[in-house]
Structures are given as C-alpha cells and as structure tokens.
Design a protein around this ligand. Structure first.
Ligand SMILES: C[S@@+](CC[C@H](N)C(=O)[O-])C[C@H]1O[C@@H](n2cnc3c(N)ncnc32)[C@H](O)[C@@H]1O
Length: 289
C-alpha cells in the first residue's frame, strides 16, 4: 500500500518491481492526485487508487480483504510538488492565490478560515510549535489586528505581512516559509493523523511486512521514531519498575533503520526537494509463541 500516492513517483517504481500476483493499493486525500492515479490504472491493472485519508488505512484494508496480508506500507508525508506549484491551492507564496492549503479540498477549514477565526493563543501555538517561528506572538497579534479591518483571503497579503514583521526579505529562506508550513500542518491536522495512521498500518501489515515512513519535519519524525522505538521494545514494564513482569517478549517490529536515513549529497543535487527528508523503516515480527 502506498498511502501517499501524490504524483505516483514511488508507486510507479514499486509497480516496476512487483511480481504477479502482487497488487498495489494507493491512497491520497487529494482528489487531483487520485485523478492522476486513476489515469495510470489502465496501464497497470494491478494498481488501485482510492481517495482516502491514510488514517483510514485499516478500513481500506478491511474493504479490500487484505488485513494482515500487506507486505509493504509506504507513507511519504507532506505536500507534493503538484500541490506546491499550483497557486490555486494556496500552499505557496511565490504567486498569489487563495489561502486554502487543504490537501482534501472537499472538507475542513482553510488556512484563511484559521487566520480569520482562531484565538490569539492558538495562532501563537501553531506558528511557534509547527513552524518554530521566533516572532510567533508578534505575528499572531498582527493577524488579529489586520483581520478586524479585512478578512484574509489570499496568500500574498499574509506573506507580505510577515515580511513586514521581519523588516523585509533577508536571509536564504523567505520569512513567511515557517508560518506557511505551520498553517499547512494545522489545516491538514498532519501531526494528529500520524499516530493513528502508524497504529493502523502496523495492524494491516503481514508478518515480515515492512513499513517505511518518510517525513520532512522534525515533529513528524519524532512521532515516527518514538512509535518504532516503542513497538520494538520487548519489555513494556513502566520504567519505574525494578523487575520485569511483562514477560519481556512484546516487540512487534524489528527496526530496519537504527539511525534515521538522510539523502546523500548526490540525491540532493538531483532532487533538491529531498533535502530535509528523513526515512525510517521497520519490519513486523511474528506473534511470539
Ligand atoms: C510528498 S507527496 C507524495 C509523493 C509521492 N510519494 C510521489 O512519489 O509522487 C505527499 C502526498 O500525500 C498526500 N497526503 C498527505 N497527507 C495525507 C493523508 N493523511 N492521507 C492521504 N494522503 C495524504 C498529499 O495529498 C500528497 O499528495
């Protein structure tokens, strides 16, 4: 299962390596990604692309009759180049567009809705925690002042406002980068959906099946790292307990990546978007006898 189909780059490589009677179920919450996938289905009869959130991976596996039979699960988190480059989706501030940022445009609050309605403290939390924005408090205050005059609608108005807080555009990255990332994470509830996905994905994997997660944000990577670490522990007794009483045979996965895997310079030169990616993988163990 490729749970983040996007532009289908990974899916196509997986299909090339797959032998009959293997099949690939691909999910994406973005209807445009799914449309791209559907057009590939004719060429690849063993590909099935579905418009689903990866938090529903277990429901999908039940519907498809593959619970406990899936040999590989991939999640390549974040946004695709198709989403980033389309000004109409509102992820980027290089061209003006509606402040939307929803990966699934059929549901949920847009980035503009959040800027126009959230309390100051909640905006501060989003900019600070999801964006590591050092001027989170000041930017949130400016948002409240500005939205009283006119509600947010477009990307550039918000990007320019952040530029003003920074006193112009200095440095290598645009000053709005962190707040845009933070809003995107909030709009798509990215950090809330990840733990749910990881638990469900482990349930649908076959014994010996492998799970690979690529993340682009340190908070996401921490969730993946802790999940794999916890599931690879044999002893699940509380740390305060001196003697093990759990049986010490509880590991559900074996780590395939002891340390996080980062792209090589060779890869970054050819694919600059891979720069901040971090990959972790684990294999599901059998049930202890
Ligand atoms: C980085 S791109 C994937 C690129 C893909 N691996 C490729 O090779 O083209 C991430 C994709 O995951 C999708 N996505 C993000 N969160 C999702 C979720 N919770 N459920 C389903 N799809 C999601 C996005 O819509 C986007 O298309």
């Amino acid at each position: 299962m490729d749970c983040t189909f996007g532009g289908g780059g990974h899916a196509i490589e997986i299909l090339k390596k797959m032998e009959a009677p293997g099949s690939l179920i691909a999910l994406d919450r973005d209807v445009e990604a799914v449309d791209r996938g559907l057009s590939l289905e004719a060429e690849h009869p063993n590909l099935k692309v579905l418009h689903r959130n990866f938090t529903e991976v277990k429901d999908v596996a039940i519907e498809e009759g593959v619970v406990g039979k899936v040999n590989g699960i991939l999640a390549d988190l974040g946004t695709s180049m198709f989403q980033l480059k389309d000004p109409g989706r509102g992820f980027s501030f290089s061209t003006d567009g509606p402040l939307d940022m929803r990966m699934d445009t059929s549901t949920g609050l847009t980035a503009a809705d959040i800027l126009n309605s959230y309390e100051e403290e909640e905006l501060i939390r989003i900019f600070r925690d999801y964006g590591e924005e050092r001027y989170a408090r000041r930017i949130a205050r400016e948002v409240l002042a500005r939205r009283k005059r006119s509600p947010y609608e477009n990307t550039l108005a918000f990007a320019r406002q952040i530029e003003d807080v920074y006193g112009g555009r200095r440095g290598r990255i645009h000053p709005a980068t962190r707040c845009f990332q933070a809003l995107r994470i909030a709009v798509n509830e990215e950090l809330e959906s990840l733990p749910h996905f990881l638990d469900s994905a482990l349930e649908v994997l076959a014994q010996g099946g492998r799970m690979v997660v690529i993340s682009f944000h340190s908070l996401e990577d921490r969730i993946v790292k802790n999940f794999f670490r916890d599931k690879s522990r044999n002893c699940i007794c509380p740390p305060s307990q001196a003697r093990c009483t759990c049986g010490g045979n509880n590991a559900q996965v074996q780590l395939l990546t002891r340390k996080v895997v980062r792209p090589s310079q060779w890869e970054v030169d050819r694919n600059p978007a891979s720069r901040s990616s971090r990959l972790r993988a684990a294999e599901k163990l059998g049930v202890p006898s």
